[in-house]
Write a protein that binds this ligand. Structure first.
Ligand SMILES: *Cc1c(COP(=O)(O)O)cnc(C)c1O
Length: 231
């Protein structure tokens, strides 16, 4: 199957899941998780109409940008971001989805001030409370959002999560439901630089469940590009 055929099939499955849940398919964005795929593959995904490209590593972001790979689509950062690399990401991407610590928020704020910009971000939630994953605990989110005016150069657009690897389909619904509830709670908080309209949950194996639970953005790699070859 080509990248375009994969994307067409995913769009159909996304629409089906949305309609089944009584939702408008237009309310769910498709972000291509492009890690380990080259500029040619990224261009094919953009030509086939993905809404955004999500990159995991700063090095890949810089490389593919230098090859004009992202022309025609917004770029998001979705991987672990070290504070010493914020200069290469802030102002270079439309959305940083993976903001996982207070330290990182402060580093983004400082860099955004230096550049004179406002950076859109999502807070990453460690929704499965896994040792191996970064992110805020669910309980930390509301207090943080209430203090968001202390980051005037950051605009909070919503939440992102990577739930635990599931064995059976449907396993992650409870985590997606928690994420949805959390996003409803923070939407109710009115603050100048909080404008919550994105709930980024759902990957290749579970995006239909995520859409059933209220996802507004799915991040899909394998189902678009095929298996990644780690070497
Ligand atoms: C790789 C990745 C994805 C996509 O995973 P697939 O299972 O290949 O669809 C989504 N989100 C993040 C943060 C990723 O690193």
């Amino acid at each position: 199957m080509s990248i375009a055929e994969n994307i067409a099939r995913i769009r159909e499955e996304m629409a089906k899941a949305a309609i089944t849940a009584g939702r408008n398919p237009d309310d769910i964005r498709l972000c291509a998780a492009t890690k380990m795929n080259d500029s040619q593959a990224v261009r094919a995904a953009i030509a086939a109409g993905v809404d955004a490209c999500g990159e995991n590593r700063v090095q890949e972001l810089v490389q593919k940008r230098s090859e004009n790979a992202y022309e025609g689509a917004p770029v998001h950062f979705i991987g672990y971001l070290q504070t010493n690399k914020v200069k290469q990401v802030v102002g270079q991407v439309d959305l940083i989805q993976s903001v996982d610590s207070l330290r990182l928020l402060q580093a983004i704020q400082t860099e955004a001030v230096r550049q004179g910009i406002c950076q859109d971000i999502l807070l990453e939630v460690n929704i499965g409370q896994e040792e191996s994953k970064s992110g805020f605990s669910a309980g930390e989110i509301l207090p943080l959002v209430e203090q968001f005016s202390s980051f005037p150069n950051i605009r909070l657009r919503g939440l992102m999560a990577i739930p635990p690897i599931s064995q059976n389909s449907g396993d992650n619904c409870k985590f997606f439901q928690k994420m949805y509830n959390l996003s409803v709670d923070i939407t109710a908080k009115k603050s100048d630089n909080v404008c919550v309209d994105i709930l980024s949950i759902g990957m290749s194996d579970d995006f239909a469940d995520a859409i059933a639970c209220g996802s507004t953005m799915v991040r899909i790699g394998t189902a678009i590009f095929g298996q990644r070859h780690y070497t």
